[in-house]
Design a protein around this ligand. Structure first.
Ligand code: S5P
Length: 268
């Protein structure tokens, strides 16, 4: 089960500077909410980032769903992230051979590496993909960048289970400088015979919604409370927040539920 250490205690002992920064933001703003801002115009994306920025630790984007992506999108995201002190996570789900993902990460039209603190990747193609992204991160000079391995998925019938999920954890252990943790529905790595004593992966949990059990296309939800009880560290919520009648009220509700569950955990 999850450690009862606080974010600040974990920050102190953590080798990854981006994780230390993330924990510091969470502690300072008292939030473990990641807004999945799946809006499709730059204006809507930046508006929701600005109005909900005070209540979130990370803003998660799907930059390729914007109909009007431009230099202004990048600049706007960097500005709003700085103004409200949150990290940017591009939910790119890299899945190709190493040589291709390096180009997708560093270059291309979207220039993800330049602005996204965090990206995620699947190990479907094998360890090479993580090796490739790790290389980019390590060659990066002073930029702090992190990778999350997509070890499970929330959609019905997901094949990212069992051996696949276990392999995700094994690969993560080999790249401690760049791999900061997982996108998964629960804690994956504690009490394993292979885990080093200082190992501390960060668990981002998606498929979080207070009032819905799922959608018509296979999405499956759990609540902020069950996610935190399962060992999550950061709660990713999209429609439960941005599609609510009043997104500010909604994000505060997720913030409160997530933070209270976290406080119960560290008080154990
Ligand atoms: O397993 C997953 C992994 C991810 S990153 N299931 C998911 O739903 N996601 C993403 O989380 C998905 O692409 C979307 O951006 C977000 C969930 O959005 P919501 O509106 O269902 O909360």
């Amino acid at each position: 089960s999850k450690s009862t250490l606080s974010y600040s205690q974990r920050a102190k002992g953590h080798a990854n500077p981006l994780v230390r920064k993330l924990f510091a933001i969470a502690e300072e703003k008292k939030t473990n909410v990641v807004l999945s801002a799946d809006l499709t115009t730059t204006k809507e994306l930046l508006a929701i980032a600005d109005s909900l920025g005070p209540y979130i630790a990370v803003l998660k984007t799907h930059i390729d769903i914007l109909s009007d992506f431009s230099e202004q999108t990048i600049q706007g995201l960097l500005d709003v992230a700085k103004r409200h002190n949150f990290l940017l996570f591009e939910d790119r789900k890299f899945v190709d051979i190493g040589n291709t993902v390096q180009k997708q990460y560093k270059g291309g039209a979207l220039r993800i590496y330049e602005w996204a603190d965090i990206v995620n990747a699947s190990i479907l193609a094998g360890e090479g993909i993580i090796q490739a992204l790790d290389q980019v991160v390590n060659d990066s000079g002073d930029a702090e960048r992190g990778i999350l391995i997509l070890a499970e998925m929330t959609s019905k019938g997901s094949l990212a289970v069992g051996e696949y999920t276990r392999a995700s954890v094994e690969i993560a252990r080999k790249y401690p400088k760049s791999v900061m943790g997982f996108v998964s529905t629960k804690e994956l790595s504690s009490h394993s015979p292979n885990s080093a004593p200082e190992e501390d992966f960060v668990v981002f949990t998606t498929g979080v919604n207070i009032s819905s059990k799922g959608d018509a296309l296979g999405q499956q939800y759990q609540t902020p409370t069950t996610a935190m009880e399962g060992g999550s560290d950061f709660l990713i919520a999209g429609r439960g927040i941005y599609a609510a009648e009043d997104p500010v009220t909604a994000v505060r509700q997720y913030q409160k539920a997530g933070w209270e569950a976290y406080e119960r955990r560290i008080a154990r």
